[in-house]
Ligand binder design. Structure first.
Ligand code: CDP
Ligand code: MG
Length: 140
């Protein structure tokens, strides 16, 4: 069993896609074990994406991610990290495979509707960024 952190980004919230996005993960058998809607400050967005601090898109990304609310959730399942990345699709919706969330809903490379942790290390850090241990209600 593995846990991963997923965020529905402001473009998804704005277009009322919370239910649709969660449905896609649930239909694939992943369990929502924690869930909250929050609005990140610019500083919080910068902290969340600190690994990208030297990338040219860092300023724009963190402006965007603090521009409106996001929904953060922890999904649990076998190989959850890799499976969520597959279900999301490539970063750029134009390059994402048919049926993936980013292909279905992504607007562009930045406003690509969802975030998912990319490794066990980042999943651990990102889950702890949003949730404390008592907020994780495991399905097991
Ligand atoms: O989210 P993912 O792991 O697929 O991509 P990333 O390389 O970790 O980048 C994090 C986020 O930065 C992306 O999801 C995009 O929202 C944004 N980004 C961007 O705006 N322009 C890029 N060239 C690359 C990423
Ligand atoms: Mg990433």
């Amino acid at each position: 069993m593995e846990r991963t952190l997923v965020m529905i980004k402001p473009d998804g919230i704005e277009r009322n896609l919370i239910g649709k996005v969660i449905s896609i993960f649930e239909e694939k058998g992943l369990k929502v074990i924690a869930l909250k809607k929050v609005k990140l400050s610019k500083e919080q967005a910068k902290a969340f994406y600190i690994v990208h601090k030297d990338r040219p898109f860092y300023e724009s990304l963190t402006d965007y991610m603090s521009s409106g609310p996001v929904v953060a959730m922890v999904l649990e399942g076998e190989n959850a990290i890799k499976r969520v990345r597959e279900i999301m699709g490539a970063t750029d919706p134009k390059e994402a495979e048919e049926g993936t969330i980013r292909k279905l809903f992504g607007l562009n490379k930045e406003k690509n509707t969802v975030h998912g942790s990319d490794s066990p290390e980042s999943a651990y850090k990102e889950i702890n960024f949003f949730f404390s241990e008592f907020e994780l209600i495991s399905a097991e």
